[in-house]
Each structure stands twice: as C-alpha cells, then as structure tokens.
Design a binder for this molecule. Structure first.
Ligand code: GLA
Length: 385
C-alpha cells in the first residue's frame, strides 16, 4: 500500500474538515484474459493491484455534501436530494451516481464530506473509476450503517456507471476491485458471480504493463456499441447471453447477420473458451500455453472485436518479436490504455528499454511501464474509527 498517499489524503481531510475521517483503500485491477466477456455473462480473469484510490470520508453537519478531488484540486458541493447526472461531470458523476443508486434502494444517505485521490493512472484501463465507485459505496455503507453486503455494493457501483456515467459496463472491474485476493487472480463467472482464486506465481517470468498513454475519443460510444451488437446476436440466437452460444449455433445464423457482427460474436464465444483454458494452464503451470492464449486474445480483439488501436497493436507486435516475452495483449475496454505482457525475469529491463525507445520514435510519445503486485480488495484502513 502507498502510505504516503494515505497520509496525504488523511491530512488533507483533517485540515479541511477538522475531524477524523474513515479511510478506505480501493484498488484498481488488471485482467489476465477475457475482455468484453463480462456483460455477455461469460468468464474473466482479473486481479486487484497495489495501485488504488484512497478515500477519506465522514458525516457532515452541513446541508450539503462536500467533495474534494485531491489530484485534480477540484471542489464540488451538492445537495443530497434530487441527484441528476452532470454533463461533462467527469469524476463527479461517479460520486453522485453511487449516492443516487443507494437512494434508489430506499436507503438513507445524509450529507458527508469526502477527500479522495489515488495512484491509478487514469485512462490506462486499470479501472480507476470502479475503484472510486467502490470506495464511495464502501465508505457510505460504513458511516451510515447501511448494512450492504459487498455483493450489493458492486451492483450499486455498476449501476452508477450505467445510469450516471453512461457506460453500460459489465461487473468485472467492480468485482475485482472489491473482492481482490493478494497474489491471486480471480476466475470469475459473470453470470453467477462465483469466483475461484488462482495463485499467480510466474516463477521465471513476471507481469509487465505498458501504457500507450493514448485514449482515443468515442471510447464510451464504441463500448456501448459492442454491447449492443452482442445483445442483438444473442437475441437472434434465442439465448439470454452469448455465453450460452456455441460456434455451431452462430454458424447457423451466419447468413442473417453482417460479417462484422458475426466476427464480433465469434470473438466472444472464443474468448470465453480462452479464459477457461487460461485457468487450466495456470493450474498446470503451463506458462507458455497461457502466453499463447494472450497472443490469440489480442488477435481477436484487434481483428474480430475491433477494440484495439495502432499503438496497442504496435506494442503487442514488438512483444511477439521478443524472444523473452511469452504472451502479450491489450487489456481492458480497448482503444488505448495498457498492454499486459508476460516477460522473462532476467530480460525485463532490456525489453522495456528497447520497446520504450522504439515506441517513442514511432509515435513521438512516451509509453509508461508499470510493475504491479496482486493485492487485497476494497477495505477499511483505520479499523477502530
Ligand atoms: C471495461 C468495463 C468492464 C469490461 C472491460 C472489457 O473495463 O468496465 O466491465 O467489459 O471494459 O473487458
């Protein structure tokens, strides 16, 4: 955990509001494999990481809620009733969305003060938004004794994103951030929300994230569009979600849909299979096999589901060329953010130096490198508050 971050947020809160807050740590996530399968009620393989949002929160005596976004140096005040989504509201919509979704359940939230900040790079596909939502719902649950379970909390976070941010996301990010287990990735069934933790010990290899530092426009619209296509094809197939479809089923309606939609649905069916295989490979310690699945997943994301971009493709191409990288793919919603790479331990420096320099020469832009540890999910930092 980043204790200087915790101290910064804690002392900022105490200076501003003159009382002691409840402190919450809510992590970002990586995903080993399984993109866009979550809202198809399929399988994903994420893990919480040691980069997080820290929130300091306490009840307020005023009529208004006061929120200070430490990293942006922005202050926002709002009344607790009649919450509406804000046009271009950015981080504000995550906060008010969570409050409003709690209220929709008939639970009472009173005014509160909040300071939050973090070390999850935003736009990197590491789910800083889910981490923020989870920190808020977790904090409000504590200070107002709402009695929500973690499973209820992640649904509130997800609904906040659907209804106040406008992204029809699946459950992967909120789940991984809330339920993370140190040193483990979670093979999550997004239909039942049952998850199996797998110990991640790559022995002679390690995970390296490379951030393209690009985030292309219309990402949210593209995301929702992919979801619409999947739902349309599922409906035609007469199944409740593509998770239930086989390649043979899809083949049988091929003439009724466009080639583009066919490829997208095929990607989802194949990606679901890859996630289950990845669990098997990890259990058998077959890292070469796992790496191959990552390369295949990238191919599918690039050519079939079409959620990649030239910067991500470039990084994966260079990873394929390196004899010391056994797997790589784009990670997260797509159109920017990070690649996840499995790199041979003795060659990590060599690999990141050469890829950083060639990336800069090609795109006139620096990429960023992150080394991460798999960590615990959303939690209270001061137990005896
Ligand atoms: C975003 C969404 C998730 C998931 C991924 C793609 O991170 O929030 O629900 O769909 O994209 O796998």
């Amino acid at each position: 955990m980043n204790s200087s971050l915790v101290n910064r947020i804690n002392s900022c809160f105490q200076q501003r509001f003159k009382n002691e807050p409840l402190l919450i740590n809510s992590p970002g996530r990586i995903n080993i494999i399984g993109e866009h399968t979550d809202y198809n009620e399929g399988f994903v393989f994420p893990a919480a990481i040691d980069k997080s949002i820290v929130a300091a929160i306490a009840k307020s005596d005023n009529d208004l809620c006061t929120v200070y976004a430490f990293d942006n140096d922005e202050l926002y005040q709002f009344p607790i009733e009649n919450i509406q989504s804000i046009k271009n509201g950015n981080w504000r919509n995550y906060i008010i969305g969570v409050v409003a979704e709690i209220q929709k359940k008939g639970l009472k939230v009173k005014p509160f003060n909040l300071v939050f900040g973090g070390d999850i790079p935003s736009g990197a596909g590491l789910s800083s938004s889910a981490a923020l939502e989870n920190s808020i719902v977790f904090g409000l649950n504590e200070i107002f004794s709402l009695n929500l379970s973690k499973s209820e909390m992640i649904l509130i976070s997800q609904q906040a994103e659907h209804n106040y941010v406008g992204v029809k996301c699946g459950i992967m990010d909120q789940y991984a951030s809330m339920f993370g287990v140190p040193d483990h990735a979670l093979l999550l069934d997004c239909r039942t929300h049952g998850a199996k933790p797998y110990k991640v010990d790559f022995k002679d290899y390690q995970l390296v994230l490379i951030n393209t530092n690009v985030s292309h426009s219309l990402v949210d619209a593209e995301y929702n569009d992919r979801r619409n296509v999947c739902e349309k094809v599922a409906k035609l197939l007469n199944v409740s979600a593509l998770r239930d479809a086989t390649e043979e089923n899809l083949e049988s309606i091929k003439s009724e849909i466009s080639e583009d939609d066919y490829q997208k649905a095929l990607y989802i069916i194949q990606e679901n299979k890859r996630v289950l295989k990845a669990g098997q490979m990890l259990m058998e310690n077959n890292l070469i096999g796992l790496g191959e699945l990552l390369f295949e997943a990238h191919y599918g994301a690039q050519h079939q589901f079409k959620i990649s971009c030239k910067e991500l493709d470039f990084l994966v191409e260079k990873a394929i060329e390196s004899p010391h990288v056994i797997g790589a793919r784009m990670m997260g919603g797509g159109f920017g953010g990070c690649t996840i790479n499995i790199v041979e331990k003795g060659y990590v420096d060599e690999f990141v130096q050469s890829i950083s320099s060639i990336y800069k020469d090609t795109f006139k832009l620096e990429c960023s490198i992150y080394f991460i540890n798999l960590s615990e999910g959303t939690r209270l930092l001061n137990q005896n508050y």
